[in-house]
Write a protein that binds this ligand. Structure first.
Ligand code: OAD
Length: 250
């Protein structure tokens, strides 16, 4: 069991409002490759940045749909790991927790986290590319991608592509929470992609304690007050047990 800084443990126990921002690293221990992990098999020849764009979908909708079908299968094979469950436990321990994720795998919800703010959408949801409405059912005619049953437009994954705007309400909630919290966790994210990468800096600017959990250094590391360089599936349960040893049921 690692010894965590007393100041961090105290800040955790005293926190009124904690914001947690997660990235793909939180799902790594669920077997879901991170966004910048090398792609495998058929997809090794492609860069995500070249597939997750409106232009790629315009150019070759079938290829983009197939890539997301492959990624969806990876996600559906993944189960929440101890890091996801530790965040559910943290939510029970503090007066208010805002969980913001860049992940599209739905694993936080599967673990039991409530009110997850999905900045980049959710790969398990499908929407009409013309009406921008979530579509739950459609007729499988064999056409790839399938067509919207309402307007005949092509269906696409309900995720944010490069160059697209984030869901405005989700982003507004994330910004307001970052500006109001007293403790901000950045967990399993390379802290490279905006606007998510700016959220910890909004927290820092108003005096919040910022904690990073990541095995590698990121652009946020030098600004964070506490840096816990380990896998979140190990660090988070340990941290919860250290802060609330009475009920080590994590
Ligand atoms: P990345 O793949 O960029 O970064 C994953 C981070 O997780 C890296 O910093 C790893 O060091 C770290 N990591 C790996 N294993 C970990 C573990 N077990 N515990 C904790 N951390 C671990 O993924 P994101 O930062 O989530 O956006 O990428 C952000 C966004 O970039 C994605 O949401 C996607 C992409 O553009 C869109 O698709 C719009």
């Amino acid at each position: 069991m690692t010894d965590y800084p007393v100041g961090l443990i105290e800040s955790l126990r005293m926190a009124r409002h904690i914001v947690v921002l997660t990235g793909a690293g939180v799902s790594a221990e669920s077997g879901v490759p991170t966004f910048r992990d090398a792609q495998t098999g058929l997809w090794a020849q492609y860069r995500p940045e070249d597939l997750a764009t409106p232009e790629a979908f315009q150019r070759d909708p079938g290829l983009v749909w197939a890539w997301y079908a492959w990624r969806r299968a990876l996600v559906e094979g993944g189960k929440p790991n101890p890091g996801h469950f530790a965040l559910v436990e943290l939510e029970r321990r503090v007066p208010r927790l805002t969980l913001i994720t860049q992940n599209v795998d739905g694993l936080h919800q599967q673990a039991g986290s409530r009110a997850v703010i999905e900045l980049h959408g959710n790969i398990r949801r499908t929407k009409c590319s013309r009406e921008n409405l979530v579509i739950d059912e459609w007729v499988d005619t064999g056409e790839v991608p399938p067509r919207c049953p309402r307007c005949g437009g092509r269906l696409r994954p309900d995720v944010v592509w490069f160059g697209e705007a984030l869901p405005p309400v989700a982003l507004q909630i994330a910004i307001e929470a970052s500006q109001a919290c007293d403790l901000f966790f950045s967990i399993g994210t390379s802290a490279l992609v905006e606007p998510a990468a700016s959220l910890p800096h909004l927290a820092l600017a108003q005096g919040a304690v910022v904690v990073e959990i990541n095995p590698t250094v990121t652009p946020l590391t030098s600004a964070a007050m506490y840096v816990l360089p380990g896998p979140s599936g190990q660090v988070l349960p340990e941290l919860i047990r250290a802060a609330w040893p009475d009920r080590a049921d994590v």
